[in-house]
Design a protein around this ligand. Structure first.
Ligand SMILES: Cc1cc2nc3c(=O)[nH]c(=O)nc-3n(C[C@H](O)[C@H](O)[C@H](O)COP(=O)(O)OP(=O)(O)OC[C@H]3O[C@@H](n4cnc5c(N)ncnc54)[C@H](O)[C@@H]3O)c2cc1C
Ligand code: SF4
Length: 334
C-alpha cells in the first residue's frame, strides 16, 4: 500500500488518481483520495475496498466556509462536519443543514468527517459490507442478497432489480432541499454539478454511485442564498435516538405568507437509493394553505412510486408521517 499526503491541490496528484484502472471513482478504484477516513478505512478493514494507493487530502486548504457576494455560501470539501453544523451562517441561514448533520453519527465522527467524504459515504446494506455474500454493488454481476434477504432498512424509492441499497447520508438530504451545487476539479476540466445530478440511481450499474470519474477532486460545495423568510428543519426517524441511521427522514424548506405556502423544497432520506428530492410534494404544497390535509396530499405524492420490499413496507407510511409532521412543525401548525 502506497500513501501520499497532499498539502495543495495539484494536477499531478489528480493525474495519479486518474490513472486508476477502474471505471469508477469509488468501488474497485485502485487509487483513492482519503479525507477523514471514517468511511474508507472502515471498508478497507472489511476488505470491501482494496485500493493499493491512498492520496491523503486531509491537509489540503479546503477547509473554509465563506459567504458569497450573492448571499449564498461556499463550503470547502475538507470542512469537518462539526465545523459546518456549528458555523454561525449555517445555523442562521441554513438551519436544516445544521440539524441534519448533528443528527448523524457521533461527535467524534463528525469531528473527523468532511463535506466531500459525507457526499461520498457508502450504503450500510449489510451484504455490501460482508464479502462472502453476493452484492452487485461490491462485485458487479454477483447478485443481490438483500432482495430476498434482510431488507428492512433498505430503499423503497429509486430501486432496481440489481440493487435496493439506501443512501445513508443525512447531510445530503438537507443539501438536496437546499439545491446545493458540487464543484469538482477533474484532471482536465472543472465542473459544477447540481446535487440532484450528482448521485446516480442503481439501475444496472449499482457499483457506480456518482458521476465522479477517477481523478475528480471535490473542491467545494455552494449553497444558493436562503429564500427570504423561509423556515427549514430536518426530522429523522430511526430505531434509537442517537448514533443510528435514518429509517425515514425529511428536510423541508418552506416559505409561507398569510397561511399560504409560497415556496417549498422537500427531500427525503432513509427511503431512497439517492438523497431523494420530491418535486411532486413541492408541487402539491405550492400556493396551497398550510393545512394537514394539504400536507398529507404532498406526502402521498412523494411516496406514490414507492416499491417496498418484503420487510420494509412500513417505511411507506413512516416516510409520509415524517413529512407531514415536519411540515406541521415548519409551518407552526403542530
Ligand atoms: C459508526 C458510524 C456511524 C455513522 N452514522 C452516520 C449517520 O447517522 N448519518 C450520516 O449521514 N452519516 C453517518 N456516518 C457516516 C459518516 O458521515 C461518513 O463516514 C463521513 O461523512 C465520511 O467522511 P470522511 O471525510 O471520513 O470520508 P472518507 O472515508 O475519507 O472518504 C469517503 C469517500 O470519499 C472520497 N473522498 C473524500 N474526499 C474527497 C474529495 N475531496 N474529492 C473526491 N473524493 C473524496 C474518498 O475517496 C472515499 O471514497 C457514520 C459513520 C460511522 C463510521
Ligand atoms: S441492495 Fe445493493 S448493496 Fe445491498 S446486497 Fe443488493 S446490490 Fe448489494
Amino acid at each position: 500500500m502506497k500513501t501520499f499526503a497532499l498539502t495543495r491541490a495539484s494536477d499531478p496528484a489528480q493525474a495519479i488518481a486518474a490513472a486508476s484502472k477502474a471505471t469508477t471513482a469509488q468501488q474497485g478504484a485502485d487509487i483513492r483520495f482519503i479525507a477523514g477516513g471514517t468511511t474508507l478505512i472502515d471498508l478497507m478493514k472489511l476488505n470491501v475496498e482494496q485500493p493499493n494507493t491512498l492520496i491523503d487530502i486531509y491537509r489540503l486548504p479546503l477547509d473554509k466556509i465563506e459567504a458569497l457576494p450573492d448571499g449564498g455560501l461556499t463550503i470547502g470539501a475538507g470542512v469537518r462536519n462539526s465545523d459546518l453544523a456549528h458555523h454561525p451562517l449555517v445555523r442562521k441561514n441554513y438551519h436544516v443543514l445544521s440539524e441534519a448533520i448533528l443528527s448523524g453519527a457521533s461527535v467524534q465522527l463528525r469531528n473527523m468527517a468532511t463535506t466531500a467524504g459525507n457526499l461520498l459515504q457508502r450504503t450500510r446494506c449489510m451484504y455490501f459490507r460482508t464479502t462472502d455474500m453476493p452484492c452487485n454493488k461490491r462485485e458487479p454481476g454477483s447478485g443481490c442478497a438483500a432482495i430476498n434477504g434482510a431488507n428492512r432498512s433498505l430503499a423503497i424509492l429509486g430501486t432496481s432489480d440489481q440493487c435496493i441499497a439506501t443512501n445513508p447520508s443525512d447531510m445530503c438530504v438537507a443539501m438536496a432541499a437546499l439545491e446545493a451545487v458540487i464543484h469538482v476539479k477533474g484532471p482536465k476540466v472543472e465542473r459544477a454539478i447540481p446535487i440532484g445530478d450528482f448521485h446516480l440511481l442503481p439501475g444496472n450499474t449499482p457499483h457506480r454511485e456518482t458521476v465522479l470519474e477517477p481523478g475528480d477532486l471535490i473542491t467545494h460545495v455552494t449553497l444558493p442564498p436562503p429564500a427570504p423568510g423561509n423556515r427549514s428543519l430536518y426530522l429523522k426517524l430511526r430505531d434509537r435516538a442517537s448514533y443510528e441511521f435514518a429509517l425515514a427522514s425529511t428536510a423541508v424548506v418552506i416559505t409561507s405568507a398569510n397561511g399560504t405556502i409560497t415556496r417549498a423544497r422537500i427531500a427525503l432520506g432513509g427511503v431512497g437509493t439517492k438523497p431523494w428530492r420530491s418535486t411532486e410534494a413541492e408541487a402539491e404544497l405550492t400556493n396551497q394553505p398550510a393545512t394537514e390535509s394539504v400536507f398529507r396530499k404532498a406526502a402521498e405524492a412523494a411516496l406514490h412510486d414507492a416499491k417496498p420490499q418484503s420487510q420494509n413496507g412500513f417505511k411507506v407510511e413512516l416516510a409520509k408521517r415524517c413529512l407531514v409532521h415536519a411540515l406541521k412543525l415548519a409551518t407552526k401548525i403542530a
